[in-house]
Design a protein around this ligand. Structure first.
Ligand code: ZN
Length: 165
């Protein structure tokens, strides 16, 4: 059986092996472009501005000039959103309205007793995709990236995946 490296020297080699080599190289590159961040939350309901933390990952990876940053929260009672970071009243208002819409007690059937947090997680969502231009996250003047805690305080994680455009 031909190794993937012998294919490079043999133009007549079957295209499948080139494909396999490309996939393997792409996988190895992507391993370097994936990072898991820890976020310690301090209260039951909370929005934490993680914009700078994410920009640090993009900057220190140093491999993405133009591309995408995919953020994923691997939790069922937390989320991630993008909204105004200039005036902290905005995140308070969003939390206030989420709490008004989704009360802690509403005859939920889930035995763990945290259904409100599960519902909020689904409404807000657990992923965001942000473009990267010239090594910087592309965000509007007033936009920030917020980790959304709905069942804290806990130690949480945010997965950061970087892709070249
Ligand atoms: Zn639960």
């Amino acid at each position: 059986m031909l190794s993937v490296f012998s294919c490079v020297e043999r133009p007549e080699c079957h295209g499948y092996d080139y494909e396999m080599m490309r996939n393997r190289l792409s996988y190895e590159k992507n391993q370097e472009k994936m990072k898991i961040l820890n976020v310690a939350t301090g209260s039951q309901d909370e929005f934490i501005d993680i914009t700078e933390m994410i920009q640090q990952v993009v900057s220190s990876a140093g491999v993405i000039e133009n591309g995408y940053c995919m953020l994923f929260v691997p939790h069922t009672t937390a989320g991630i959103t993008i909204n105004e970071s200039a005036d902290p009243s905005v995140k308070s208002d969003i939390l206030m309205m989420l709490n008004a819409l989704i009360p802690l007690e509403a005859g939920y059937r889930h035995m763990e007793g945290n259904s409100a947090a599960h519902v909020k997680s689904t409404l807000v969502g657990v992923s965001q995709l942000v473009a990267i231009e010239h090594g910087r996250l592309v965000l509007g003047t007033w936009q920030g990236i917020f980790f959304c805690e709905f069942d804290g305080p806990r130690n949480r994680k945010v997965h950061v995946h970087l892709f070249n455009a």
